[in-house]
Design a protein around this ligand. Structure first.
Ligand code: HEM
Length: 129
């Protein structure tokens, strides 16, 4: 029998729904970061991030079915992800992880991934002036 996925081990759909809900609550209250998001309604962006993270951690493959291969760095080239914006993104995401109260090992695994993924998405320098 195969071992339960990380997705299942941490509690499945409700846990990922809470993670992205808390994250986008933070984004909505952070104007410089919020300005990067093109849509007035953050709901669809929240769904895309949730589906991606569920898939990444071994849950349903709905992201792939609806959006195709993630190619996330490519999908972010339209948005200037500077180190400062990365820090804002991570701040809200790690605060959202705080609300999940995960077991220590899962918590550490999730945070390490998010820090690495956020670094990987940086695609612009800070403006010089
Ligand atoms: C580092 C700072 C980051 C910033 C400022 C940022 C910003 C954005 C913006 C503005 C969008 C477009 C909103 C939309 O979906 O319509 C987006 C999309 C998305 N981002 Fe990020 N992002 C960051 C990092 C990440 C990371 C680390 C991940 C994954 C772990 C991620 C996953 C996604 C996904 C899955 C989408 C939707 C892609 C699609 O299917 O179109 N982002 N992001």
């Amino acid at each position: 029998m195969s071992e339960a996925s990380f997705y299942e081990q941490v509690g499945g759909a409700p846990v990922f729904a809470k993670l992205v809900r808390e994250f986008y609550r933070g984004v909505a209250d952070d104007p410089p970061l919020r300005d990067l998001y093109p849509e007035e309604d953050l709901g669809p962006a929240e769904d895309r991030l949730r589906m991606f993270l569920e898939q990444y951690w071994g849950g349903p493959k709905t992201y792939q079915e609806q959006r195709g291969h993630p190619r996330l760095r490519m999908r972010h080239v339209h948005y200037a992800v500077t180190p400062t914006q990365r820090d804002r993104w991570l701040h809200h995401m790690l605060a959202a992880v705080d609300t999940l109260d995960l077991e220590a090992e899962h918590d550490a695994t999730m945070r390490e991934y998010l820090v690495r993924a956020a670094d990987f998405m940086v695609n612009a320098d800070e403006p010089l002036i």
